[in-house]
Structures are given as structure tokens and as C-alpha cells.
Design a protein around this ligand. Structure first.
Ligand code: GLU
Length: 292
């Protein structure tokens, strides 16, 4: 493995990168590509490579998958710096961010079920599509505060949604993102509509936690699969609202199977440990990840 360490370019700015898997299954080749991509950028610049366990979905995440992440990364020879950050240990921090946004009128409680939203969308004939599906039709956006407070006091479950229009107005001037292959470009978070920033089950969401943690951990270069590229606009908006720095972004191609479909846990993509049991070496896995 040692020979594969990239040469140290000491004149390059040290990059702080991260690998941020969710322990909802075993890592597969797609994860290996993401981890290697981030690790290499950190090591090539004498920077830092951090590991973050994105486990806010407490019903789907399991400790045995988390243990397997550590084992598989070590087997691949991808060492990380410092102690891994486990998001489920930090709900109070995410809640504090949501409280701050609520105090500024930038998030509002939403009591809708999926069925409520589907009914409203069907009644309207169609809903504009955002990167994550149909845009929220705004049922709870203008609920009187007293009514919302009464329903919360009555124990009704609610999510916290971003008031997209107010959020965009709160950030003056064009919102810019830096994508490695493209340079700085303007981004449009409004296409997401009023996204959920605090879920009904936990006071957190992927978009909130990832931006919070990238800022807290001082990530300079966010590397991840190109499927998450559209989310960058929303992440830049959250960063701007919170006064967090703008990291640079580098999205990489996803690993695909022989038929061109992206590898996914839910489709039973072969895990790294299954490959290992079949006799693959870490070197061979690296080669697959770099070729595919
Ligand atoms: N936790 C996300 C995933 O497993 C990665 C998020 C990110 O890199 O921004 O796909």
C-alpha cells in the first residue's frame, strides 16, 4: 500500500476532506471510490482526512454496520485523522441551529403527513418538481402561530421546513458555489422549495447536519458522488444564512455496474467484505474503483 501513497505536494494548500457514510448497510465499491477520492486529496496536500458517521436515521443505522465501516477502511489502507464524529451524539447542536433559524422566522412547523402532501399535489393537478421530488405545496407555511403552538402543545408530530422565499431574501446578492471542474458559478437553491431541515423523528436532517458538520470540522474541500451535486445550491444557502464558510466542492462520477446502473446498497451491490471473502486484495479493489 505504501507505494500507492500519492507524492506529497507541499506547495498545495492542505485540504481538509471527509468521508461521510451512513451505517445502513455494508460499504460497497461506490463507497470505496468516495473514500479513496477524499483520502487522496487530503494526503496529496498534507492535509487531513476525517471520518464522519452520518447516523441520524436511528431506525435504519446499526452499530454492526458502523464497526464494519472502520474495518473496511482499515483493510483498504485508508487511515483517518482524529476521532470519527458520530452525528447521533450531537442532536443538541442541530437543534440549536434550528432554534436560531426559527427565531429568525426562517423555518416553520409542518404537520403534514406524506398523504396530506400527495392529496394536495393531486388536487392542484401537478406540483413543480425539485431535485428531491415534488415541491412542498405550502399547506402549513402560513398557519397562524397560535394554531401551530396549540398543535405542538397537543403533541402533534411536526417537521421544520425552510421558508425558502424568506431564506433567499435573507441572503442578498448572487449565491456562488465553487465546483472544481467549473470554478465559481451562481446557484439557485429556490428550486428545492420549502425543504425539511428538522425531521419529525429527529431534530435534524441530512442537509442541516452535513452543512453544520462541514463548517464545524473546517472542511475545505467537500468531495462526494455526483448524485449529490444538485444539493450544493441548498447547502450554500444554509451556509450563507448561518455565516458558515463556503467550502469548495468536487463531485466525482458514481460507480456503475455492467449495465450502467449506479451501485446501491438497496439493490444488493456487492459489499467490500464480500469481495474480500472472495479473495480480492485491497489493491485489486483500488484498481476496480479507479477503473470503473
Ligand atoms: N452520508 C451521505 C451518503 O452516505 C454522504 C453525504 C456527503 O458526502 O455529503 O451518501
Amino acid at each position: 500500500m505504501q507505494a500507492r501513497y500519492p507524492p506529497k505536494a507541499m506547495d498545495a494548500t492542505p485540504e481538509i476532506t471527509r468521508f461521510a457514510p451512513s451505517p445502513t448497510g455494508f460499504l460497497h465499491l461506490g463507497h470505496a471510490r468516495a473514500a479513496l477520492f477524499a483520502w487522496r486529496r487530503a494526503r496529496a496536500t498534507a492535509g487531513r482526512f476525517l471520518l464522519r458517521i452520518e447516523d441520524i436515521d436511528t431506525t435504519r443505522c446499526r452499530p454492526e454496520y458502523e464497526a464494519a465501516i472502520f474495518e473496511d477502511l482499515r483493510w483498504l489502507g485508508l487511515d483517518w485523522d482524529g476521532t470519527e464524529r458520530r452525528q447521533s451524539a450531537h442532536f443538541a447542536e442541530y437543534r440549536a441551529v434550528l432554534d436560531g433559524l426559527a427565531a429568525r422566522g426562517l423555518v416553520y412547523p409542518c404537520f403534514c403527513t406524506r398523504a396530506d402532501i400527495a392529496r394536495e399535489v393531486a388536487a392542484a393537478g401537478a406540483a413543480p418538481q425539485g431535485p428531491d421530488g415534488p415541491l412542498y405545496p405550502g399547506i402549513c407555511r402560513d398557519l397562524p402561530q397560535a394554531e401551530a403552538a396549540r398543535r405542538i402543545a397537543g403533541g402533534e408530530a411536526y417537521a421544520l421546513r425552510l421558508h425558502m422565499q424568506r431564506a433567499c431574501e435573507a441572503v442578498p446578492g448572487p449565491l456562488m458555489a465553487h465546483e472544481e471542474a467549473e470554478g465559481w458559478h451562481e446557484c439557485r437553491p429556490d428550486v428545492f422549495g420549502d425543504v425539511v431541515l428538522g425531521r419529525k423523528d429527529v431534530p435534524a436532517s441530512y442537509h442541516l447536519c452535513v452543512t453544520h458538520d462541514d463548517a464545524l470540522q473546517g472542511i475545505t474541500l467537500v468531495t462526494r458522488g455526483e448524485d449529490l451535486k444538485p444539493a450544493t445550491a441548498l447547502h450554500r444557502l444554509i451556509q450563507a444564512l448561518m455565516g458558515w464558510p463556503a467550502p469548495r466542492y468536487a463531485h466525482h462520477a458514481l460507480m456503475r455496474d455492467a449495465t450502467g446502473r449506479r451501485l446501491a446498497k438497496r439493490d444488493g451491490a456487492e459489499s467490500l467484505r464480500a469481495l474480500r471473502e472472495k479473495g480480492f486484495s485491497a489493491e485489486q479493489v483500488w484498481a476496480l474503483v479507479e477503473a470503473g
